[in-house]
Unconditional design. Structure first.
Length: 94
């Protein structure tokens, strides 16, 4: 739905709110990424590409507070078109 006409996509871009939990689960929990690589992929690299680093994308004195808190042991279940039905992810943004 919406492939030929983007105005027919329901509710915008589906699954954006689950992006961090899905990447943490399939990356870090599955052993494909270290926690440091997760931070680099989700924050640091983008800040460097857009020439915002180290003001953004780093946890340091004088930088913007770009922090996300999550509970890694909590399972989150969501039906989404881009994920298998009934899929669960360990790690929910709080």
């Amino acid at each position: 739905m919406g492939r030929e006409d983007f105005t027919k996509i329901p509710n915008g871009c589906g699954g954006v709110e689950d992006r961090m939990a899905v990447l943490w689960h399939h990356g870090v929990n599955m052993g494909r990424l270290t926690p440091n690589e997760f931070v680099r992929v989700t924050s640091t690299n983008a800040a460097q590409i857009f020439n915002l680093y180290p003001r953004n994308g780093a946890v340091r004195f004088g930088a913007h507070a770009d922090l996300v808190a999550s509970r890694a042991s909590t399972f989150h279940r969501r039906e989404a078109a881009w994920r298998e039905p009934g899929g669960e992810c360990a790690g929910i943004t709080i």
